[in-house]
Design a protein around this ligand. Structure first.
Ligand SMILES: Nc1ncnc2c1ncn2[C@@H]1O[C@H](COP(=O)(O)OP(=O)(O)OP(=O)(O)O)[C@@H](O)[C@H]1O
Length: 596
């Protein structure tokens, strides 16, 4: 019999059995009547995805794409006026179908303190998600280390958050009675700053009534302010490795307790083990693991949607020399992580089946030339309004596309690593506030960000790895909601596209996304005009900055500038400005008409 991902499990209280040697926990299967045939059938059904791709408040205004994948190469879009919902029997089983159960009974098995139950109830979390119900018994009742892999948006944060909060509340009660100690109980390491802040906020909402203090330590924000927060002795610190390492070096009193922590989480672990983060992580782990006795009492959590994903080596690494080192199976990859973190005998839960894509996600692709990508982006944004993230492979591309879409009145918000941290957070906030907002981002926004109602993810360029495809796409179709991910592929990216498909174990092409060609001429006209304006504005900027530079240098060197050439530059500039402004007026008139 095949492993069935749709089975639901519930922890059974161990009443009196806690001392049985080797017993970690007992789980009861809630839907055991499912037989093999039904499972296969429901798997096939999932290929026919009927989706409601817009949030209810927007349904009336939009031409909602109701997607039905009929064959490997076709998506049939028919506008939906009714806004059909995904039928129950097609639910993906990640979030159990107990939506009517508001009684919180499903949490009872874990014996959470009232404060936690209150926090969960206030968030509307009436029952655990699959990854939560499969890991909580071992984590809470068995105090096991956990290695968890589950699809994007499936609730992994609380899968490690709840056992930690639960244990801290109980430990705090004990410590209070003994002395006035203020321990650092848990350290949660996260690869990106935005994600660290989000994880902290997510945990804080559930811990609202528990009196547990959670601090975030990330780069880009005031170090002094973060030190002040640490001075309040938070029980949990959520941190990016770089800033944490810096503060540790400075010898902050509270952080000096890191080798005595009781819980360590490495979220998005595979990303943390990549070069760029790896060195800092290794330094930290050495420090954290320094006390081998304390290490034995620590519970470790390792989570990611792509923990067990393995991909083919790039050609240059395929040479014999590197073979042994890089070709790793999922199991080897996990072992490497386990060794590095000093984890022993963990409970491994992998719900991804080798792929971490959400089952409520619809995938599509458009093959086009590099030049045409802007047309397709603009076409899509106009035809399918809704909260959208456009991913690019470089900061330069984000900047160019943001300028172009701004000229086209789309109000895009950029997000990339060379922006000031405050601006990054501000743009994320603005993106979250508006239902039709557009974020143009590098992969800095690919992992973990949980922004509600992101309906579409566009890949302006094919992501470099399968992992990136999964994480980028995982910004939509979260927590059982529907979403669409669309790849724009030019001929130079075909190889990479094939590589991504291989990593994702796809034996079929991603379905081609249908485009209505009748309005395409209008789209092209507007985008071309915007490109011309962009070029003229760039020229004006360039001439201005060159003139400024000449002026500065001449002043410094006490040289008199050639007035005639300066004048002609300035005249040329004002000519460009005029042409740009005429074109901008023309564009503004054209923009009023498209799809209005
Ligand atoms: N038990 C629950 N019931 C309902 N919603 C939940 C529950 N647990 C978590 N959620 C919600 O599900 C969403 C996704 O959770 P989370 O961000 O933890 O996903 P994730 O698996 O970590 O995703 P990613 O791999 O992209 O980081 C969040 O909005 C969270 O509030």
């Amino acid at each position: 019999m095949e492993y069935n991902n749709n089975l639901k499990w519930k922890a059974v209280p161990l009443n009196g059995l806690n001392d049985v040697e080797g017993l970690v926990g007992i789980e009861e299967c809630l839907n055991y009547e499912l037989n093999f045939k039904q499972t296969k059938k429901s798997k096939n059904k999932k290929k026919l995805i009927q989706s409601e791709c817009v949030s209810s408040e927007k349904q009336k205004q939009r031409k909602c794409p109701k997607k039905k994948i009929k064959s490997s190469s076709n998506i049939h879009l028919t506008p939906s006026t009714t806004g059909s919902t995904i039928p129950n029997d097609q639910s993906n089983g990640i979030f159990n179908d107990e939506s009517e159960d508001k009684s919180m009974n499903s949490w009872k098995a874990y014996d959470f303190p009232d404060s936690i139950l209150k926090g969960l109830s206030e968030q509307g979390f009436s029952y655990p998600t699959d990854i939560q119900s499969l890991t909580l018994p071992s984590a809470i009742l068995g105090r096991k280390d956990i290695l968890g892999a589950a699809e994007t948006g499936s609730g992994k944060t609380l899968a490690f958050g709840l056992p930690i909060l639960n244990s801290i509340i109980r430990m705090k009660d004990d410590v209070k009675n003994v002395n006035d100690e203020k321990p650092l109980y848990a350290l949660i390491l996260i690869p990106t700053r935005e994600l660290a802040i989000q994880v902290k906020n997510h945990l804080q909402k559930v811990a609202k009534y528990s009196g547990i203090n959670i601090a975030v330590v990330v780069g880009g924000l005031s170090a002094e302010k973060q030190e002040r927060l640490l001075n309040k002795f938070p029980e949990i610190v959520v941190a990016t490795p770089g800033r944490l390492w810096d503060l540790l070096q400075l010898g902050h009193e509270h952080l000096s307790k890191v080798n005595d922590i009781r819980f360590l989480v490495i979220d998005e672990t595979d990303r943390m083990l990549e070069s760029g983060h790896f060195k800092e992580l290794q330094n930290l782990l050495e420090k954290i693991n320094a006390d081998s006795e304390a290490r034995k009492h620590r519970q470790n959590f390792v989570f990611s949607a792509t923990l067990t994903l393995v991909h083919e080596l790039p050609k240059y690494l395929m040479k014999k020399k590197f073979r042994g080192n890089f070709e790793m199976t999922s199991e080897q990859k996990l072992k490497k992580i386990i060794n590095l973190l000093g984890i022993t005998n963990p409970k491994i839960v992998d719900l991804t089946h080798g792929v971490g894509l959400s089952q409520t996600l619809t995938e599509g692709r458009v093959n086009c030339s590099f030049q045409e990508k802007d047309y397709y982006v603009y076409y899509f944004l106009k035809k399918y309004p809704g909260r959208t993230i456009i991913f690019c492979n470089s900061i330069g591309c984000v900047k160019r596309l943001t300028t172009l879409l701004t000229l086209l009145d789309c109000n895009p918000l950029p997000l990339h690593a060379s922006m000031a941290q405050k601006q990054r957070l501000k743009n994320l906030e603005r993106f979250t506030e508006n239902t039709d907002s557009i974020l143009v981002a590098t992969d800095v926004a690919a992992r973990g960000l949980d922004i509600p109602f992101v309906e579409y993810v566009l890949h302006y360029q094919v992501p470099r790895t399968g992992e990136n495809y999964i994480h980028r796409s995982g910004r939509t179709a979260r927590a059982n909601k529907q979403g669409l991910t669309l790849l724009l592929i030019d001929s130079s990216e075909l190889q990479n596209y094939i590589k991504v498909c291989k990593t994702l174990n796809k034996n079929e092409d991603i379905p081609s996304f249908p485009v209505e060609k009748n309005c395409f001429e209008a789209v092209k006209q507007r985008v071309n005009l915007a490109r011309e304006i962009d070029k003229l504005q760039l020229q004006v900027k360039k001439t201005n900055s060159e003139a400024g530079w000449f002026r500065k240098v001449s002043e410094e060197m006490d040289i008199i500038l050639d007035d005639i050439s300066m004048k002609s530059d300035l005249e040329e500039n004002s000519k460009y400005k005029k042409i740009a402004s005429v074109k901008a007026k023309h564009l503004s008139n054209l923009l009023k008409n498209l799809y209005s």
